[in-house]
Ligand binder design. Sequence first.
Ligand code: CLR
Length: 425
Amino acid sequence: MSSVAQSSSWTSFLKSIASFNGDLSSLTAPPFILSPTSLSEYSQYWGEHPNLLIEPNFLAQSEKATRDETDAMALKRIIAVTKWFISTLRSQYCSRNESMGSEKKPLNPFLGEVFLGKWEDPEGAEGKIGETILLSEQVSHHPPVTAYGIHNAKNGVTLQGYNGIRSSISTTSINVKQYGHAILEYKNLEESYLITLPPLHIEGLISASPFVELEGSSYIQASNGYFAVIEYSGRGWVTGKKNTFKARIFRDAMSSARKENAVITVSGQWSGKSYIGNGSSTPSSKDELFYDAQSSEPQHLVVKPIAEQHELESRKAWSKVAEAIKKADYDLISEEKSLIENKQRELRKTEAASGDKWQTRWFDLVDYSDSSVEPDAFLNLTNISNLSIRNAPSGSLKNSKYDEGEAKHWRINIEKWKAEKEIKI
Ligand code: CLR
């Protein structure tokens, strides 16, 4: 066991986890496990493969297509969306291990914190991808919720969603359920996709080298009917490999009740290679390569230099805390963090006194239990997939035990972004 794992700061951290109340952000962790990056930045992981994100836009059926051809293209598109989704997972769940050696505890964003930037087309202005932009905003602090929009104007592609987590503890791991979902829209195709977020757990706590493993499943419901189920099995007991998954694509959500109905099956590692085959049998490395996460490097977001940032922008707001973390100066970390936290407390007090609640900047909370809400992609896609519209763990089904309570979801308001005067990409 490493000396870090045996250190008193780590063992007391493990003890505090064992008795914690579910709010991971409230845990005081030793400096070496703190990340200088705010959770509001994690939205960028959705966009690090812009080429795969826009690919379905180039898979439209021709105007004279027969029904069979139309259907074949719809299948190609959900395969492309599934590939893009799989491509986001390495960034989402492995990037801290790859860049910092282990999973870390991110900074807990303050209400109204924003993070934004762009992915430029590597081929320049003439390229077919075009520029993709990211807008991310902390829309709630208690509990923490980050909303984001990713938009590629040239191809009419928009991904939007939001994330929140609830955690619990077991003897050897932290278990995390995700709340929220993502909606992917292709304007030219008039097609949309609903994506649910998988549960995960954090392993490696005893040895002070935490890492994330996914479990359960993600669903992708296409407005053309196709439905993908991605099952995560962690360290497969057959292959012995971590980060394994199996994705099955079905004609529709109804036929997903029987695995034999799969029209396409993909199998492998989301952080490595995966293979694709027709039908429901499991493809292996003898089959066609589907995606290789290691040979397809993420394209990183371009963010303005801190000197040009607004005070609500994440990297500027947290810059002093981040420096203190990099120096592993514990007193300075607490000092700088307290400055931010106290300022937030003061703000909330003045708001309470004046009665003006904090207004979110680019996102609106839509209450889907209100019958006057216009039918939209979310309502359509939850209907055809039988997924809950409630604030339940992501991927919960209608009429399941989780299908209860409020139905409020964060949506981007593009008009607000167009009217934005103070903050620029
Ligand atoms: C946030 C939304 C992203 C996907 C994602 C990836 C990793 C998750 C993170 C989400 C939420 C916060 C998280 C993190 C892994 C570890 C971290 C659960 C879901 C917790 C708060 C850190 C606990 C401290 C350990 C390192 C001991 O799209």
